[in-house]
Design a protein around this ligand. Sequence first.
Ligand code: ADP
Ligand code: MG
Length: 211
Amino acid sequence: MLDADFFRRWLTTAAVSVDRSADRLTELDAAIGDADHGSNLQRGFAAVTAVLEKESPGTPGAVLILAGRQLISTVGGASGPLYGTLLRRTGKALGEDGEVTPETFAEALRAGVTAVAQLGGAAAGDKTMLDALEPAVEALGSATAPFAAACEAAREAAERGALATVPLQARKGRASYLGERSIGHQDPGATSSALLIAALAETAAAAGTAG
Ligand code: ADP
Ligand code: MG
């Protein structure tokens, strides 16, 4: 079972990872956007870590809803509302239980990803964060393996998805203004999504070893 602490650790692990990779995310965004993706997420996830520490919500749903709200209010740019929606919608789908099963979480995350697609009007193949998120929820949901192994499969799927954005032409967001010139660059949002899923896998693996 996954409790509030698991989700808090996931997001704080993601914050550390985003912080470490901020320069790279900003470089990717410099190539096909406006060079702010790393700093946007760095600011947002630092605020998430701070608010979770301050308010320490007691259920998985409340952790994700609070984090999502914080991203929406602190991240300028397209990615704030999109990632905020991802976490808020996932949190809502988890309801008010104090602990949730991996299966419930996989379904909730799928609902979160669907909400991102609806909000941004994008689909996999458009060279956005969905190119990493969709294969990740697919891998997470279809795995019958133990949770940590399913998360590891999701991490691999997200990374492959992010790499696969390189040859794509952007059809959504700022990068789409470049038309064919967006081809040949990895999408920053797909890259940060892969980091979030990697943080999930890391957290699940650590929880597994802790017993
Ligand atoms: P902005 O583009 O406003 O500067 P960011 O640089 O923080 O915002 O985020 C850019 C990333 O947001 C892109 O790399 C892409 O993955 C994602 N993105 C942009 N528009 C959409 C959309 N409509 N649907 C899904 N993801 C999107
Ligand atoms: Mg940008």
